[in-house]
Design a protein around this ligand. Structure first.
Ligand code: FAD
Length: 315
C-alpha cells in the first residue's frame, strides 16, 4: 500500500487535533506516514501511532523551523522524491495552505485546498465560490497535494507501528530568506481553539457592543464552546480580530455552530457553512442565515441567549 504523507501541526510538543483528523483520513487513501518538523517529537510519537501512523518521519533540525514555511516545503519535496507517496495531506490553515501551494509548484503537481473530505483516488470534496458550492475534484498531474479543513473528519483511533525514521534536508539559500524573529504564543485560555472546537458560538452586530459579548461568552462556556464573531463585530472593536469567522477570518467546521445576531452574509458563510449543525438566533425572520440553518430561533437575542444559557446550566 502506498504511503500518504501527513504534515503534523503541533504546538509546544503537543499534536494538534487536525493532525489526528488527517491521519484518520489518510487511512482511507493508503498507509499514513506522519511528518514531524522541528524538535519536541518525543512525547508525541505515541499519539501519532495511536491514530494510525505506520511511520513517523522526524526532521528535528532546528534550522527547519528557523525560517518561514519554505524549509517545510523543501523537506516535503524531498520526502516525495524519496518515498514516492500516493499523496500529501496538510491542514488547510494559513500556513498549511501556503505550504500546499508552494509544494505543488515545486513538484509541478496539482493541489486541492479547503477540502472537507477526500475519497479513494484522492477525489477531494471542497468548497468554492466563497463556500457557495461544493465541488469534487481530482488532481490529474503529479503527486496530489491536499489541504484539508480542520474539523472535517472525526479522528479515530487505529493503532499502528509508528516506526520512527530521522530525516533531514539541506536547505537552499532561497529557503532562508524569511527568518522567524519572534513567536508570539497566545495565552491558552479556558476555551477551546476556535478552529478546532467541536462547538462554536458566534456573535454579530446584533450583539450591540463589546460588553454584551459576555452573553455570547456565557453561552459558549456552558457548552464548552469557542467564541467567534462576525466581521461587523470585530471591525467595531467589540471582539478581537483573531476570532473573526469568515472569508477574511477563520474557517471553522464544528459539530455545532450557533450564530447569534448574525445576518448570514456570504462572506460569513464562507467560514462556517460546512459546520455539521447550524443554529441561528435572529430577530429578523427574513435574515439570510435562516436559509442555511438546521434550527432557527426568531427572537431577541437578549431574551433567548440568557434563557438558553440558564436552561443548559440546569442540565
Ligand atoms: P449584520 O449584517 O448587520 O447583521 C446583524 C443581524 O443581527 C441582523 O440580521 C439583525 O436582524 C440581527 N439582530 C439585531 N439585533 C438583534 C437582536 N436584538 N436579537 C437578535 N438578532 C438581532 N463578514 C464576516 O463575518 N466574516 C468575514 O470574514 C468577512 N469578510 C469580508 C470580506 C469582504 C471582502 C467583504 C466585502 C465583506 C466581508 N465581511 C465578512 C462582511 C460581511 O459582508 C457582512 O457585512 C458581515 O458579515 C455582517 O456581520 P453581521 O451579520 O454581524 O451584521
Amino acid at each position: 500500500m502506498a504511503e500518504v504523507l501527513v504534515l503534523v501541526d503541533h504546538v509546544d510538543g503537543e499534536v494538534k487535533k487536525v493532525a489526528l483528523e488527517l491521519l484518520t483520513l489518510a487511512r482511507r487513501l493508503g498507509e499514513p506516514s506522519a511528518v514531524w518538523v522541528g524538535p519536541g517529537s518525543e512525547g508525541a510519537k505515541g499519539k501519532l501511532a495511536e491514530y494510525g501512523a505506520a511511520k513517523v518521519y522526524v526532521a528535528a533540525d532546528e534550522e527547519l523551523t528557523a525560517y518561514v514555511v519554505a524549509p517545510k516545503v523543501e523537506l516535503l519535496a524531498q520526502l516525495v522524491a524519496d518515498k514516492a507517496p500516493a499523496g500529501v495531506l496538510v491542514a488547510a490553515t494559513g500556513e498549511g495552505k501556503e505550504i500546499a501551494g508552494r509544494l505543488a509548484v515545486k513538484l509541478d503537481s496539482g493541489v486541492l485546498t479547503d477540502v472537507v473530505d477526500v475519497a479513494d483516488g484522492f477525489v477531494g470534496e471542497h468548497s468554492i465560490f466563497g463556500g457557495g458550492v461544493i465541488a469534487h475534484a481530482r488532481v490529474k498531474r503529479g503527486t496530489p497535494i491536499v489541504a484539508v479543513r480542520p474539523n472535517s473528519v472525526a479522528p479515530e483511533i487505529a493503532p499502528a507501528a509508528g516506526a520512527e525514521e530521522q530525516v533531514s534536508v539541506t536547505l537552499s539559500d532561497a529557503a532562508k530568506t524569511a527568518k522567524v524573529v519572534e513567536k508570539v504564543v497566545q495565552e491558552k485560555g479556558e476555551r477551546p481553539d476556535l478552529t478546532e472546537a467541536a462547538i462554536v458560538v458566534s456573535g454579530g452586530r446584533g450583539v450591540g457592543n463589546a460588553e454584551n459579548f459576555k452573553l455570547i461568552e456565557g453561552l459558549a462556556d456552558t457548552l464548552g464552546a469557542a467564541v467567534g464573531a462576525s466581521r461587523a463585530a470585530t471591525d467595531a472593536g467589540w471582539y478581537p480580530h483573531q476570532f473573526q469567522v469568515g472569508q477574511t477570518g477563520k474557517t471553522v467546521s464544528p459539530q455545532l455552530y450557533i450564530a447569534v445576531g448574525i445576518s448570514g452574509a456570504i462572506q460569513h458563510r464562507a467560514g462556517m457553512q460546512t459546520s455539521k449543525t447550524i443554529i441561528a438566533i435572529n430577530k429578523d425572520s427574513e435574515a439570510p442565515i435562516f436559509e442555511l440553518v438546521d434550527f432557527g430561533v426568531v427572537g431577541d437575542l437578549f431574551q433567548v441567549a440568557p434563557q438558553l444559557t440558564e436552561e443548559i446550566t440546569k442540565r
